[in-house]
Design a protein around this ligand. Structure first.
Ligand SMILES: *[C@@H]1O[C@H](CO)[C@@H](O)[C@H](O)[C@H]1NC(C)=O
Ligand SMILES: *[C@@H]1O[C@H](CO)[C@@H](O)[C@H](O)[C@H]1NC(C)=O
Ligand SMILES: *[C@@H]1O[C@H](CO)[C@@H](O)[C@H](O)[C@H]1NC(C)=O
Ligand SMILES: *[C@@H]1O[C@H](CO)[C@@H](O)[C@H](O)[C@H]1NC(C)=O
Length: 484
């Protein structure tokens, strides 16, 4: 073998070793934000950071257009509130596929999966989607077949890991949850019949959050003294154990070879005592290192197909599950890396920040230094600011827990002010607030400046108003003349 073919082989081997597991790592791209980064900026971030796959929660035109001809594999999503319609009406499913899949595929968007619903069987939904998820899945599959796309685009249902369980915590005793067992078996059989994958979201953070006796080390990947011994296998991290509980459940019911996708995995950085950059770094890096070995889990050796949750923070996510919900991003709301993370997708091994982000002015809204804390308007003003802004970084062991009372109030006022595009009226608070050019941020607590995401939208609006006026003039002015 000549030196050049040797270097070629070496090059390929090193490309494989640097890129890690086959298929690479994906990212969840959620858009529940008051001021989203533009789709083109996010797509550039995906490329710069070597993400080969992206998972969406809907099928917005702007998002999909930005993904055109990038080669990035896309999982488009159907929100739960559309399941009932798609379940009962085949033509609605056909329209959905035609508009949200076929059109984009012919425009060069690499759509590979349709996620039908998002964790529809979560116990907090009280069974609202139990009747509609499977029929919607069937109708979407039928529509994909009719559109001639069923070979390249697969259906799946991203499910919460609580659809299966194990009575004694051992993977080998795992099976689907009793109350939905038959439904799960029907869905699994349907996926299997259509060569489609099972998608599951796995969250060791939630286990730690909801059970204070959960052994912290077991959530991570560095080994633990409280591992789970299951026959001849010892599980030293929750991810492997949880994943293999699913594999046991599938195996027991005759579907041991069904492909599995990890639809969401990650760790939040704020809003709870266990949600911080250090733990998030430890978890996400541990996970990336774990899957990059290609060893898989004890029951499923080989590459792991996974999507990190999440790419960017979302300031409008519901905080009903907890204040951490708005802080899952490996990037901040404006596309800054939160911590060092080597995804093994780029040569530098560092996260690459968003480019060309436009911000509002460098100014903040804070509590007036002369304002009295005893002012009767103080409490209602703070409540109002927090209810309409975002105070999830305030509180015990959060990024802003070092602020004093006045700092807390300033944080709340600024959050509301920024969310309202720095309008003067949003820094009133009965005269308790004032605007400053001096950044009130501390080492850990960031007083943000909002993204200027409306500039293009308002230009469009101005443009629309102008053309509407022209339209009115063009159509009605001659009529007026005629009437005269
Ligand atoms: C396509 O997807 C979007 C975004 O989820 C949704 O609002 C729209 O109703 C869908 N179109 C059809 C025809 O179902
Ligand atoms: C589920 O039921 C509980 C108790 O009846 C109720 O408080 C909650 O709002 C319901 N959730 C949904 C999503 O319907
Ligand atoms: C565990 O034991 C079973 C037989 O009891 C065997 O098939 C399997 O390969 C073993 N697994 C490992 C990881 O050694
Ligand atoms: C700041 O606000 C948080 C959340 O409302 C509260 O838990 C904390 O006690 C406050 N800190 C001070 C010093 O008032």
């Amino acid at each position: 073998m000549g030196w050049w073919s040797f270097s070629l082989v070496l090059g390929v081997v090193c490309w494989v070793c640097s890129v890690g597991s086959v298929g690479g790592i994906g990212a969840n791209w959620g858009t529940q934000t008051s001021h989203p980064l533009s789709p083109s900026i996010v797509v550039q971030m995906l490329k710069d950071n070597g993400f080969q796959k992206v998972k969406l929660f809907d099928a917005e035109d702007g998002t999909l257009s930005a993904l055109r001809k990038t080669g990035i594999e896309v999982m488009v999503g159907i929100p739960n509130d559309m399941l009932a319609t798609l379940a009962s009406d085949m033509s609605a499913a056909e329209k959905w596929v035609s508009k949200n899949v076929s059109g984009h595929v012919s425009d060069g968007v690499n759509i590979r999966y349709v996620a039908v619903g998002n964790e529809p069987f979560l116990q907090t939904y009280n069974g609202s989607f139990l009747q509609t998820t499977f029929p919607a899945l069937q109708n979407i599959q039928g529509a994909l077949i009719k559109a001639g796309l069923s070979n390249q685009v697969k259906v799946t249902v991203p499910l919460n890991a609580d659809v299966y369980q194990s009575p004694d915590g051992k993977p080998s005793t795992g099976d689907f949850r009793d109350d939905i067992r038959q439904l799960m078996l029907s869905i699994v059989k349907f996926l299997s019949d259509n060569a489609a994958p099972f998608t599951v979201n796995i969250y060791p953070f939630i286990s730690l959050y909801s059970d204070s006796s959960f052994p912290v080390d077991y959530a991570f990947f560095e080994g633990t003294s409280s591992g789970v011994v299951d026959g001849n296998v010892t599980y030293s991290n929750m991810f492997d154990a949880n994943h293999d509980t699913l594999i046991w459940a599938l195996q027991k019911n005759g579907f041991g070879n069904l492909p599995v996708i990890i639809g969401e995995i990650g760790w939040p950085t704020d809003g709870d005592m266990n949600a911080n950059n250090q733990f998030a770094q430890r978890f996400n890096q541990g996970f990336m290192d774990h899957i990059s070995t290609g060893q898989g889990t004890p029951l499923r050796p080989g590459p792991v197909d996974a999507y990190l949750f999440s790419l960017i923070d979302e300031d409008e996510k519901s905080i009903q599950p907890g204040n951490f919900e708005r802080h899952w991003g490996i990037f901040t709301y404006d596309g800054l890396p939160k911590y060092q993370l080597n995804l093994r997708t780029t040569n530098s091994g560092a996260l690459v920040r968003a480019k060309n982000v436009k911000y509002l002015s460098k100014q903040w809204c804070v509590l007036k230094p002369t304002a009295s804390l005893d002012d009767p308007n103080m409490a209602p003003s703070v409540s109002y600011a927090c209810a309409n802004g975002d105070c999830t970084s305030l509180g015990y062991k959060t990024s802003c827990s070092d602020l004093d009372v006045r700092g807390n109030i300033s944080y709340a006022f600024n959050s509301y002010y920024q969310k309202n595009d720095q309008e003067d009226a949003a820094c009133g608070f009965q005269g308790l607030a004032t605007i400053t050019n001096k950044d009130p941020s501390t080492t850990t607590c960031r007083f943000g400046i909002m993204i200027d995401s409306d500039s293009s939208a308002s230009q469009n609006l101005a443009h629309f108003q102008l053309s509407a006026l022209q339209f009115v003039l063009a159509v009605f002015f001659p009529l007026v003349l005629t009437w005269l």
